[in-house]
Design a protein around this ligand. Structure first.
Ligand SMILES: Cc1ncc(CO)c(N)n1
Length: 226
């Protein structure tokens, strides 16, 4: 038999679940930002909801940092995650600036159902019963969907409205891309040595993230969803 490079776990998932993944990274809302047809009230709705999500994402990131200190075999994981937390600090301030620019009142945003469900999902992942490889898989997937979505907006031929350029750059920039790549490497390293049970559990959570992301983008439509 011929020697071929063994596929990493994330490579396997991304090809096996490419349709679902594309649903999240090429969502109509993202395509509308890229082609300039985006409805500004949709964008404002997304902005307010995402601020709420990011505030829930901070304690989740902190829980990942704790797990990495206790369970990781590689000391450098801490630096990668800590770097992510530093950019979340910037992100919170950025949301406040953008909200003021777009006249969105962050204090009066009511979380929609899909957002409440996604935040609840993060809370469950913070439990000490969730293994580090499983939690970091979800963490990577959450960041990667945004990175791939907004990087796609920035690709050649885009007609991004000038007001939304900064949003696309926030998650689509090369530095954020490199950060997501580091997270993905951590996931692959952790899962390479994990039991089949943990690998399967991580795959289920990966798919859940993808579904939650689609539901999250759907909220920008403003239609009440169940
Ligand atoms: C819903 C959602 N997913 C991912 C990210 C990336 O941080 C975000 N800000 N919001």
């Amino acid at each position: 038999m011929e020697e071929t490079a063994k596929k990493t776990v994330t490579e396997t998932w991304l090809s096996k679940h490419r349709f679902q993944y594309k649903g999240a990274t090429r969502h109509p809302f993202i395509l509308s930002i890229r082609n300039g047809s985006v409805n500004f009230s949709s964008f404002k709705r997304w902005l307010g909801q995402d601020y709420i999500f990011v505030r829930s994402f901070v304690p989740f990131a902190a829980s990942i940092l704790m797990k990495s200190c206790k369970e990781s075999s590689d000391e450098s994981d801490m630096e990668v995650i800590l770097g992510g937390m530093a950019s979340l600090n910037d992100e919170i301030n950025w949301f406040k600036q953008q909200a003021s620019k777009f006249h969105v009142s962050l204090t009066s945003v009511v979380p929609q159902n899909a957002n409440v469900r996604y935040c609840k999902f993060l809370e469950n992942l913070m439990s000490s019963e969730i293994e580090y490889p499983v939690a970091i898989t979800a963490f990577w997937a959450i960041e990667a969907v945004y990175q791939e979505s907004f990087a796609h907006c920035l690709e050649e031929g885009n007609k991004i409205p000038q007001e939304l350029q900064a949003t696309c750059e926030r998650w689509g920039n090369a530095g954020f891309g490199a950060y997501c790549r580091s997270l993905r490497d951590i996931v692959d390293r952790c899962l390479q040595n994990a039991s089949q049970e943990v690998i399967s559990k991580a795959e289920v959570f990966f798919l859940s993230v993808v579904e939650h992301e689609v539901e999250f983008w759907n909220m920008s439509n403003g239609e009440a969803s169940v």
